[in-house]
Design a protein around this ligand. Sequence first.
Ligand code: PEP
Length: 259
Amino acid sequence: MARRPMMAANWKMNKTIREAQQYTAALLPRAADAEGVDVAVFVPFTCLHEVARMAEDTPVIAGAQNFYYEDSGAFTGEVSVPMLQDAGAGAGIVGHSERREIFAESDEMVARKTARAVEAGLLPIVCVGETKEERDAGDMWEKVSGQIRRVMEKLDDPDGDALVFAYEPIWAIGTGDTATPEDAQDAIGQIRDLLRELGGDDFAGAVRILYGGSVKPDNVAEIMAQEDVDGALVGGASLEVESFMQLVEAARETVPSDG
Ligand code: PEP
C-alpha cells in the first residue's frame, strides 16, 4: 500500500514570531511544489497561530510540539487540543523524548494525549525510542514495544491515517549520530509488525512511521529509501528553510510519478 510520505520540522524551543514569519514566507512557495508529500512544521506555541494563519489554504500543516489531554481547567501552563485547533493547528507531536526525559512524561500521559488528539481529529505524531543504555543492554524492543502497546490500548479501532508514529532513538537525536538506514528499517519494520498484530492489516498498511535522529540532507535519501520508512521528524536540519527543503525534495523523489 502506498503511504504518503511526511517531512516534519521540529523547531523545538527556537524562533521568535518574526523569525517564524520569515521562515514560513520562504517555505510556502517552495513547499507548494512538494506534491504527494505532507510537509509539517511543529513550532513553539507562541508562533503557532501566525504560522497556521500564513499556511492556511496551502499544503503546509502547522503543528504544536506538545499538548495536554484535558480540554480546559486548572492545568497551569498547559495547552489543550481544542486550543491548538482554535489556533489553526492540524497536528501535534506527542511524547517527544525531550518531553519524556526532561519533563517526565509517562507512557500513560502520552497514550492519553494521543487518544484525545485522535478523538478530536488533530493528527498526533507519537514519538517512541530507546536510550543508548537501553540499546546497549539489549532492551530496545522492550522499551519501544511497551510505549507503542500503551498508546494502542487507549485507541478504539483507529484508522491508519488518524495518527503517525516516529521512531526516534534518543542517542541519535541532536547528536549527529544517526542510525544506519538498515537500523532504521529494522526498527520501523518491527514496529509495523507490532502494529499489524495490535491494529490489523489495514491499520498497519496505512499508518505512517517516520524516522527521527540527526536526519540531514546528506543521509536523508538512504533513510527514505527504506521500505517501511514513511518520512522523517527533523530537528536541527529543519531550522533553515534551505536544508529543510532539501529533505522535502528527497521525500518527493520517493513519490511515484503518477502519485
Ligand atoms: C527531533 O527533534 O525530533 C530530532 C530528531 O532532532 P535532530 O534532527 O536534531 O536529531
